[in-house]
Design a protein around this ligand. Structure first.
Ligand SMILES: Nc1ncnc2c1ncn2[C@@H]1O[C@H](COP(=O)(O)OS(=O)(=O)O)[C@@H](OP(=O)(O)O)[C@H]1O
Length: 464
């Protein structure tokens, strides 16, 4: 990993894959060299240095912080000479999108922000993707989008061994959890999107250099309320009468060492690989900043559940995909009867208890909108969101019998019933009975719950 300086004086980092004699290398570097496997892309010393660069001064405003983090990201990627602002591309393979991508006036103001969208000199659809599937954030809907995209193009998914649905979560991800690794059955993995606890060095071993990393965050209040209902059976929650009861007793109910209790405390930070056990601590600010810096280093894009449609538009551009590729129906949603919107004083307790998650969310919500402003601009975003919704409405009209989701007992086709868990009532869909052929197949895949779809893909990849 080399630090470089461009003609304009800006710094950058560049990675090379090299073949070297380890002893020779050891003689002129203090970075620990792993004996086996690939060199880590950003050794710990570089990561720490990058984090120091992004730490704001006490006086920094949120806006400056966003600026700094993107400026930092710019330096990290600047040396990729081929990098190109995707909005300028006239080469989009998606003819229907060309008119939609009107470069907005202000996109040139901060080229740094675009590097997370850096594509090759020609806009090529990306098909090496890692999606960190965070919990209770609409991630199953995104997984459905990725499954359909890869399935249609016969891409290879990195799926959990033995047809499991997750990569041994909550353990940190390891390549050995992926089907096909132990027997070298798979030459190239394209997409990894099942639940896992993030571990970049291990993912790097499996995925190519040009892999696009993205994830999604949800407001901690609604996310926690959803988790409380869904994971009511875990030790931390099961004896609490309700959410407030749990929050008032805080640490008494919560033991970090009990299995699955990560769902009850800063679960978002945990999924990203950080220590989630922090409460009311003096080093909260420092740890949150370090987490932000590490996520900005490892991820090209962080989406926001509350702006799901805007997120899909941004994702579409970042991946150089078409509108059709990112259209979806809402999956894994609870019925209204199992949803209890917390009152404001309970919401405050939730953000206090999950402060690390709260800080991550605040930061990435701000950077999300800043990315929108600097790339598409709000007007173009609104236009594209309108088109996305129109297309979803068309598909709903064409596919769904009841116009929207129904409670599980009303799902007629047992094969399409969503998995039920905890005290949540997870809704599903019924298709119009007259559907046939390709249309039926397309509609079926749009509503197919995650477990069924990953089972189908496993069979397609490993049992045929
Ligand atoms: N498109 C879209 N927009 C906004 N919100 C959405 C969307 N799709 C799913 N959802 C909501 O996401 C919640 C389920 O999240 P996940 O699929 O990540 O859950 S899981 O961890 O995989 O079990 C679940 O939230 P709750 O209903 O509050 O539990 C879903 O309703």
């Amino acid at each position: 990993l080399l630090e470089t300086r461009d003609d304009d004086g800006s710094e950058g980092l560049m990675t090379y894959r090299v073949s070297v004699n380890l002893k020779t290398l050891q003689s002129f570097t203090s970075v620990p060299i792993p004996r086996r496997g690939r060199l880590p892309r950003f050794p710990e010393r570089e990561r720490r240095r990058a984090i120091r660069r992004t730490l704001p001064t006490n006086k920094a405003t949120e806006e400056q912080r966003v600026e700094r983090s993107f400026g930092h990201r710019q330096r990290l990627h600047k040396t990729t000479k081929k990098n190109h602002m995707f909005l300028n591309s006239q080469e989009s393979p998606h003819a229907s999108d060309k008119q939609q991508v009107t470069p907005s006036e202000d996109k040139h103001k901060d080229p740094g922000i675009l590097v997370s969208f850096a594509l090759d000199s020609v806009c090529q659809p990306k098909n090496h993707i890692v999606f960190l599937k965070t919990h209770k954030t609409a991630s199953s809907t995104i997984v459905n989008i990725l499954y359909r995209y890869g399935d249609e193009r016969n891409l290879t998914f990195g799926l959990p061994v033995h047809k499991y649905s997750q990569f041994f979560y909550p353990q940190r991800f390891a390549t050995t959890y992926v089907e096909g690794v132990h027997n070298n059955m798979v030459r190239e993995y394209h997409i990894i999107c099942n639940h896992l606890r993030f571990n970049k060095p291990e993912l790097d071993k499996l995925m190519p250099e040009d892999t696009f990393y993205f994830s999604i965050m949800r407001h901690p209040v609604t996310m926690f309320e959803s988790a409380f209902t869904y994971y009511k059976g875990i030790q931390a929650f099961h004896s609490s009468i309700n959410l407030e009861d749990f929050l008032d007793r805080g640490w008494q109910n919560y033991s970090p060492s009990v299995a699955n209790n990560q769902y009850a405390h800063n679960n978002l930070a945990f999924d990203f690989g950080f220590d989630n056990n922090i409460y009311n601590s003096t080093d909260m600010e420092e740890r949150a900043q370090a987490a932000v810096a590490a996520i900005e280093q490892d991820f090209h894009l962080v989406l926001i559940t509350e702006y799901f449609d805007e997120s899909m538009v941004l994702l579409k551009h970042a991946l150089c995909w078409s509108l059709e590729d990112v259209v979806s129906f809402k999956l894994n949603s609870r019925s209204e009867q199992s949803r209890h919107m917390p009152l404001p004083h309970i919401a405050d307790k939730i953000t206090a208890w999950n402060e690390l998650d709260w800080r991550l969310y605040i930061h990435f919500n701000a950077t999300f909108w800043r990315t929108v402003d600097i790339t598409l601009g709000r007007e173009e975003m609104a236009r594209e969101v309108g088109r996305l919704r129109q297309r979803r409405d068309q598909l709903q009209e064409g596919c769904l019998q009841d116009g929207g989701p129904v409670n599980p007992e009303h799902v007629k086709d047992n094969r399409l019933k969503p998995f039920q868990y905890g005290e949540a009532v997870i809704q599903g869909y019924n298709l119009k009975p007259a559907l046939e052929g390709q249309t039926k197949m397309k509609c079926q895949k749009l509503i197919m719950p995650e477990l069924q779809y990953s089972g189908y893909l496993y069979k397609k990849q490993f049992e045929n």
